[in-house]
Each structure stands twice: as C-alpha cells, then as structure tokens.
Write a protein that binds this ligand. Sequence first.
Ligand SMILES: Cc1cc2nc3c(=O)[nH]c(=O)nc-3n(C[C@H](O)[C@H](O)[C@H](O)COP(=O)(O)OP(=O)(O)OC[C@H]3O[C@@H](n4cnc5c(N)ncnc54)[C@H](O)[C@@H]3O)c2cc1C
Length: 419
Amino acid sequence: MKDKTGADAVVIGGGIVGCMAARYLLEAGRRVTILERREIAAGSSAGNAGILAFPEIVPIPSPGITWKAPVWLLDPLGPLTIRPAYAARLVPWFWHFWRASFKANFERGLEVQSELMRLAVREFEHIRKDERLAPFVVNTGTLDLYDSEKSFRAAAPDWDKKREAGFDFHRVGRSEIETLQPGLAPRFEHAIYSDDGLQISDPASFTRALGESLQQDGATISIADVSGLEPIETGARIHLSNGEVVEARTVVVACGAWSKRLAKSLGEAIPLDTERGYNTTLPPTAFPLKRQLYFNDHSFVVTPLKDGIRVGGAVEFGGLDLPANFKRSDMLMKLAKRFMPELETRGGEQWMGFRPSMPDSLPVIDRSKAAPNVLYAFGHGHLGLTQSAATGRLIAELAMQKKPSANLENLRFDRFAEL
Ligand SMILES: Cc1cc2nc3c(=O)[nH]c(=O)nc-3n(C[C@H](O)[C@H](O)[C@H](O)COP(=O)(O)OP(=O)(O)OC[C@H]3O[C@@H](n4cnc5c(N)ncnc54)[C@H](O)[C@@H]3O)c2cc1C
C-alpha cells in the first residue's frame, strides 16, 4: 500500500457492490481506493447467473414459506439443503427469516424492494451510458416456465404484484413457448414472457471491466486483507492482516458474505449468513439457447453468456468454511437435461459462490453507529448484481451527507431488533 494514512474514501471488497460504490464515490469527486484481498471479482460476483432481475421484488420470506421449506429439504433434487455441521448456527437467522415472513413484515419488505428496484433500473441506465460497460448489458428477454397449470396459478399473485410495480410481461402457451425457445420438454405449457429481460453477458468480465474503468478514472486498487476497523475522530482506522494500518475519511464495507466479521470488529452484530449457490458453465454449443430461462418450480435458471451457457441456482446453508458439495451442480444438470432433452451436459465447469444473505431478502445500506464514517453495503443475497448500481448511488449519497434516493430506514443494519 503506497498511501497508508489520510486516504479519502476506502472501499473494502472488490466485488460488484464494492466496485459500484467506488464508481459513484468517484463521480461525487472523492479520491477512492479499493482494498481487495484477492482480485477484482473474486467472490460471488464472478460466477452468478448474470440476470438483471429488476422484477424480483417479492421477498423470499413470504406468508406460508415455512411450510414449503421442509418439503424442499426432503426432495433430493430440491432447491434447498442444509449442511448438518452448520445447522445449529442457523437458528438465529431462521428465527428472523420466519418473523420476516409475517404478513405485515412481508408487505413492508415488498414495498422496500420495489423502491430499490425502481432505483436499480434507473442507475443501471446511468451505468450503461459508460461506453466501456455498455456492451456487457444485453437484452435477451426472460421466459419463466411452470410445470403445471396448478403451479402457474399459485404464482399468479406474485406476478400481479410485479405488474402493479410497473413491470411488463405476458402469459404464453405451448406454441409461443416453442417459438421463444425451441427444444424444451413438452411438459412446459404455461409460462410468462418478458421482452424487456436484461442480463450481463459475462458477470466476471463486467466486474473486471468496471474495476479497470475505475483505475482509468483515477481510483487505486490494492491487494490487502482487512482484519478489523476502529473509529477515529477523522474517519476510521483500517487494520490489515499483515499488521499495517490505513486511515481514511470514509470507509465502505462491501465484503459480501464476509462483511459480518468487519462489522463485528466495531461491536456491531448483524444476522448476515450465506446462501451458497452452485452452477455449471457449459460450452456455447451445448444448446441453442435464445434467452434466460427460469424453471420456477425448481428454483434454477439457465442463461446464455457470451462464452457459454450457465445452469445454476440452488440454496445450500453451510457457512463460509465448509468445502463445496458439487453434487448440487450435478443435481441441477440432471434437472436441466430433463427439461432441455438435447442439452449436451459434458465439458462444463462447476462453481460455487457465497450469496451474502440477510433473513428478510433486503440488503444493508447504512452507516455504522460505532463508527459513523464507516458505511455498510452488503447482504444483497440473490440480487447483488441487479442492485449494485443503486447501492453505489445510495452509498455515495450517505458519504456526501445528501438526501438518499431511496428510504434507507428498512435497510438499517440493526432493523432486526424491531421485527
Ligand atoms: C449461483 C448464484 C447465482 C446468482 N445469480 C445472480 C443473478 O443472476 N443476478 C443477481 O443480481 N445476483 C445474482 N447472484 C447474487 C450476486 O452474485 C451477489 O449478490 C453479489 O455478487 C454480491 O456482490 P458483493 O460485491 O456484495 O460480494 P462479492 O462478489 O462476494 O465480493 C466481496 C469481495 O470482498 C472481498 N473480501 C472479503 N473479505 C475481505 C476482507 N476482509 N478484506 C478485503 N477484501 C475482502 C472478497 O474477496 C470479494 O472479492 C447470484 C449468486 C449466486 C451464488
């Protein structure tokens, strides 16, 4: 590290959220340094499905969900697993998750998520104006597939909410499904199609291109592992694991699923955990994929990337330290082959990532109480890519003491004390 003291704004974490925070801080005229312990896009931001899932406004903890979870857990091809060695540590998280599913809390979550997604749409438009990043944003359209009339009907209330929030889509039947995506199993007779569906053509390259653009515009990126934070009158002191110390006027914690440790070093306990997700990236020739496919009854997606086809999803609770269980990726491939019979499943690359997940599906975008110059930007769960630019905007507004573009009351780190 060249500049050990008196840095202006330091962002800890070089994932998509940290890089977007850095982008907006630069635009606000701040001198920015990113501290990343490995490399840009080392975490969840590298291998995600790349979907800009703006319509996903419905929080996961919804009324009745706690009855569905045991059914998923019992299904070997189901979307949810809990590693036994980690189960006991999940009790507080699931307690908050259960409380978040109460009707009033769910409705508040829906409102907050809708406002954040409106901002996410606007801010991604802003990011697209940068010609170094624009080519990564592509419009492939989204096809949401259901196994049966029954499951389609069960999902209808969620689609109504999305329509009320201003998102546009229409119902399609068998023949239109076949036109929109040839080669699917005939079981799919009910689907929703959105022509507006956007995605990122390669999430890892996008995050790296953003990192490069930050450097071109004057930001510094340093490889450093942060072990703790300490408040000081002029900002915050950042302790590195090699013993060095950096001081900065503003510090942003954007370490994804690892953020909890740094908040804890300030004495702030946050119920952040990780929903581990799995995928396999196949060669582009594996299937003539035309657009993003959501297999809604099985909680996985297939996305066409610039250099491949990504089959991914699943939720595994197992913390940050247990090794990956790639049987989860194999399970998703088995399902994908069943639903896309001509899929060539050989030659894929498997990956596991740590979604940074709060129990109520909402991120933390807030100011530390113990160290008011430390800002928190993490916990985006399944939607971190989608909400990254909006988070960058809000963090820069907090740093500059400006009125935030969205209500941050329900994104406070300590909101669970009241649930
Ligand atoms: C299978 C899967 C599919 C997904 N699909 C989508 C999707 O289609 N659309 C979408 O919007 N979202 C999706 N997500 C979620 C999305 O990937 C995450 O929400 C998002 O990447 C989180 O970004 P982040 O920057 O907060 O965290 P990360 O990308 O994990 O970055 C955190 C960074 O902090 C660094 N770091 C950690 N601790 C320290 C430390 N102490 N010092 C220095 N650096 C540190 C890490 O090395 C890492 O680079 C998916 C996730 C998974 C797992």
